[in-house]
Design a protein around this ligand. Structure first.
Ligand code: ADP
Length: 629
């Protein structure tokens, strides 16, 4: 699965810290600016007002002390008082006493008035019993006091800045420790978790919000881990079940194929002998039924492979006419027994072959015709095949199987294509079935590009039909049969050692090989085979893979390891386990090819031809010292 990229943790951390520091620094700047530009002038104003008030009270006292001197016109005392006052208050720049009419009493000569920045002026009218005596004016330099105040405000600003700075530092450190570091640790743990590591360290326990977040994260991590473990366990279980199923299928395939090996090749050989028509017909039915069974085993195995995503459709020439004949041949006696007619309607040029998977079509049709017979007690079964040419290469094939049987109710029609689904009726109780047939047919037909459909009416019958497009194989079946016959005749003679622990299999192989014109010797196990190879000139070994003692693989390895006089002898593996893996295993063990059980004369012939192209085969057959007969 594609991994989603984890977010860049480091850059996120930097951003948060920067934002926090910027916010605090901004707050500090605003506070310092506020202190300097708003509070300093305000404090100066308030302090100035206090100075003025203080000065006013001093002047009032001075004015009161001057009243007696003014009443008695004691100017000397006035001068003395004011001089000493000035001397005591060096910041008093100007002290002026003027009479009510405006003439100056003190000082004698008025000095030019100097406007200074930090100066305050105040006037006090001196009265006695409601009569104005004089006006006293004082100019005071308060620059010193204001300087002190400003200095103090600046010191306060610096102190505040320091306070803010250190607070910022402490907060920054705490923020780093309490938030950034823990969040970063959590983010790293989350990233690790996404990579499958559930043990990355996370922040310790705490009662704050990050603690709650950590607890939730830990809970989530444990839950995900448990779920993942459960999923893995279920997957393993499913895998084991699938493996068990595959083993079971392989075993069943082996067990069913082994007895078939006694039936099919024997029937094939017998069919080549002189028989009465009736005998030939019966024997063909045995052979076709065997073939049908073999195909079904193969196809069920293939359908199970389909579930695993491995499924191949064969593309071989076949004749729909012969297929229909063969199917009716297989089911004729069953239909006869039930007293129903088995009809065919084939609208197809019998000489025209199509390219397709005949085996799977046979499986579908066998199933449909078999069902039709099973669920019909009177009337007829009809298999119809109609081909129409689509274009120069493609033929449309319409196939239907209809019956006059019990029919299927509308409620059941939707479920019959599901696996293990059977309609609960008397026929089903009478005839055992797996409920798998139609599901497999549906899958096979859809793999061929068609759609298996059904029309049915209770009590009147059913019609299963589908339509597929197949390419036209531009050759005729008769020609192929003729060619096959010729090829069999042209096969070169070889001396073949058949190795099998099953006597029936030995017999069957012997008969088929002899019918192909080869000489045969036999061995019942690997040790015997090696001994024969040391004493006889053998061209080919037909070697059973599953044998007690040393199996086929080990026997091959021993032969190839030059423990015999003929390490390069051709070896054909032979087994009822015919999965691709089984064939591959044979080749990997050093064999030259594989033929499945039940043994098919045609397959064996083709393999021998492949291993001994005609020229080479003749040479072998004519080499001196052979014990070939
Ligand atoms: P089974 O092996 O049980 O026959 P199938 O998948 O082939 O399984 O069929 C499923 C069910 O569909 C059958 O059990 C039967 O109830 C119903 N069915 C199939 N073909 C016919 C038919 N021609 N007529 C009536 N019922 C049918």
């Amino acid at each position: 699965m594609e991994q989603t990229a984890a977010p860049p943790v480091a850059s996120a951390k930097t951003k948060l810290r920067t934002r926090f520091v910027t916010l605090l620094a901004g707050t500090m700047v605003v506070c310092v600016a506020g202190l300097s530009f708003i509070w300093e002038p305000r404090i100066v104003k308030v302090m100035s007002a206090a100075q003025i008030e203080n000065l006013d009270s001093k002047i009032e006292i001075l004015s009161d002390s001057l009243v007696p001197y003014l009443l008695q016109n004691q100017f000397g005392a006035i001068f003395e008082t004011l001089d000493s006052t000035k001397a005591r208050n060096p910041h008093w720049l100007e002290v002026t006493l003027k009479s009510v009419d405006g003439s100056q009493i003190y000082p004698l000569f008025s000095s030019p008035h100097v406007e200074m920045l930090d100066t305050i002026s105040t006037h006090e009218t001196i009265s006695f019993e409601g009569k104005k005596l004089a006006v006293l004016s004082v100019d005071v330099d308060i620059s010193n006091e204001l300087g002190q105040i400003r200095g103090q405000v600046r010191a306060l600003t610096i102190l505040m800045s320091l306070f803010f700075f250190s607070s910022l530092l402490v907060l920054g450190i705490l923020f780093e420790r309490w938030v950034v570091r823990r969040v970063t640790l959590l983010a790293a743990a989350a990233k690790q978790m996404s990579l499958g590591n559930y043990d990355a360290s996370i922040p310790g326990k705490s009662n704050d919000e990050i603690g709650v977040l950590t607890d939730s994260f830990q809970f989530m991590r444990v839950t995900i881990r448990e779920n993942q473990e459960k999923l893995i366990a279920s997957r393993d279980e499913a895998q084991h079940a699938a493996e068990a199923k595959s083993r079971f299928l392989a075993m069943m395939s082996h067990e069913i194929r082994t007895p078939l090996n006694g039936i099919l090749p024997t029937a094939e050989i017998l069919l080549e002998s002189d028989l009465k028509d009736e005998q030939r017909h019966l024997l063909s039915t045995i052979r076709d039924s065997g073939n049908s069974l073999k195909t079904i085993i193969n196809d069920i195995l293939d359908v199970s492979k389909l579930e695993e995503g491995k499924f191949d459709l064969r593309n071989e020439p076949f004749s729909p006419t012969s297929l229909a004949k063969s199917i009716t041949g297989v089911f004729e006696s069953a239909a006869k027994q039930k007293g129903i007619k088995l009809r065919t309607n084939i609208q197809h040029d019998p000489k025209m072959e199509l390219l397709g998977d005949e085996g799977r079509l046979r499986q579908v049709l066998s199933n449909l015709v078999g069902n039709a017979i099973k669920f019909t007690s009177a009337g007829y079964i009809k298999l119809e095949i109609r081909t129409t040419q689509q274009n120069s290469d493609c033929i449309n094939v319409d196939i239907s199987v209809s019956d006059t049987g019990i029919g299927i109710s509308p409620k059941d029609i939707g479920t019959i294509f599901e696996r293990f689904s059977q309609v609960d009726n008397r026929s089903n109780r009478e005839y055992q079935g797996s409920g798998l047939g139609l599901a497999i047919c549906k899958q096979l037909v859809s793999a061929m590009g068609g759609n298996l459909l059904v029309e049915s009416e209770i009590g009147r019958g059913s019609k299963f039909h589908f339509s597929i497009n197949l390419p036209w194989a531009k050759s005729s079946l008769d020609q192929v049969a003729e060619e096959d016959h010729l090829q069999f005749l042209q096969a070169a003679t070889a001396h073949v050692l058949v190795v099998d622990d099953n006597r029936t299999n030995l017999k069957v192989a012997q008969i088929i090989l002899a019918s192909l014109g080869h000489t045969v010797c036999i061995a019942e196990n690997g040790y015997e085979a090696i001994e024969i190879l040391n004493n006889e000139n053998v061209d080919l070994v037909l070697l059973d893979v599953n044998m007690p003692g040393i199996d086929g693989y080990e026997t091959t390895q021993r032969i190839r390891a030059e423990s015999t006089n003929n390490p390069k002898v051709k070896i054909l593996g032979h087994s009822a386990s015919a999965f691709k893996e089984d064939k591959d295993r044979c080749i990997n063990a050093g064999m030259d090819g594989f033929v499945a059980k039940p043994l098919s004369k045609r397959e064996l012939f083709q393999e021998i031809q492949r291993l001994f192209p005609q020229e080479g085969a003749k040479t072998i057959a004519h080499s001196p010292g052979k014990t070939s007969a």
